[in-house]
Design a protein around this ligand. Structure first.
Ligand SMILES: CC#CCNS(=O)(=O)c1cc(S(N)(=O)=O)ccc1C(=O)O
Ligand SMILES: [Zn+2]
Length: 262
């Protein structure tokens, strides 16, 4: 085996970034230790109300692919759950591995999933722009959904079919009339919630995380198309496949993970 100094980092440069933000004790992602989570009967069911007409584009930002929504009005919103305010959907994206063994950012009793969906929302009762909310306490709410390999996900296929057009970093294509509710599990009443951060720069501790207990299933072939994306742009002479775009897990630092179910 070659010595460590010759092992090229397979990680994308982004992941050589700060592993733990200096002074950050509310960082994400974390391992959810089920037996240490605390049932909170005050937690309400999630209320999502997404308008597919607000779906605008899909693009490769060099670390994941994002489906972006028009968030200039309260047409696609998240309420309820642990939240006191109305949050607007601005985008969703995924994290995945090079194999089906790992890829999710959060884990449940150390169990890794091959991928994880994040639906990013910002508090439109308190702030007027996403960029403001990102920097503030209680500014963002992100729903996390674990993906497992199994049967083909019909709703996901429209998105999978758009990926070859955005293989390289920086590519964008129009993407309309996609209802992200089709990516939620049938049961959205059971979730864990905790206060954490973005898992990419600026890593701000502005996120109410809502992690679904029930996963969704996608086929092996659908997930393989995620891995056909590239971190690199068309002009780069070395192409790097977009895999393992998850952040290392962060210390809980005494935080409590609450559950909406017993
Ligand atoms: C300023 C700023 C910012 C962060 N943007 S994001 O919240 O959409 C986001 C959030 C997350 S995550 N994994 O924290 O939900 C990942 C990636 C992104 C992104 O821009 O690409
Ligand atoms: Zn994410």
């Amino acid at each position: 085996a070659c010595s460590s100094k010759y092992v090229l980092s397979q990680m994308h440069p982004m992941w050589q970034g700060p592993l733990v933000v200096p002074g950050g004790d509310n960082q994400s992602p974390i391992d959810i230790v089920v037996r240490k989570s605390v049932f909170d009967s005050e937690l309400k069911p999630l209320v999502t109300d997404y308008d597919p007409d607000t779906c605008q584009q899909i693009w490769n930002n060099g670390y994941s692919f994002l489906v972006e929504y028009n968030d200039t009005t309260d047409k696609s919103t998240l309420k309820g759950g642990p939240l006191q305010d109305t949050f607007r959907l601005c985008q969703f994206h995924f994290h995945w591995g090079e194999s089906n063994v790992w890829g999710s950012e959060h884990t449940v009793d150390r169990r890794m999933f091959p991928a994880e969906l994040h639906l990013v929302h910002w508090n439109s009762d308190k702030y007027s722009l996403f960029e403001e909310a990102v920097m503030e306490d209680n500014g963002l709410a992100v729903i996390g959904v674990f993906l497992k390999v199994g049967k083909r996900h019909e709703g996901l296929q429209k998105l999978v079919d758009a990926l070859p057009a955005i293989r390289h970093e920086g590519s964008v294509v129009e993407f309309t009339r996609f209802d992200p509710a089709c990516l939620l599990p049938t049961n959205t009443d059971d979730y864990w919630t905790y206060h954490g951060s973005l898992t990419t720069p600026p890593l701000t501790e502005s996120v109410s995380w809502i992690i679904m207990k029930q996963h969704i299933e996608v086929s092996h072939d659908q997930l393989a198309v995620f891995r056909s994306l590239l971190f690199t742009s068309a002009k780069d002479d070395v192409q790097k496949s977009m895999v393992n775009n998850f952040r290392v897990q962060q210390p809980l630092c005494g935080r409590t993970v609450r559950s909406s179910f017993i």
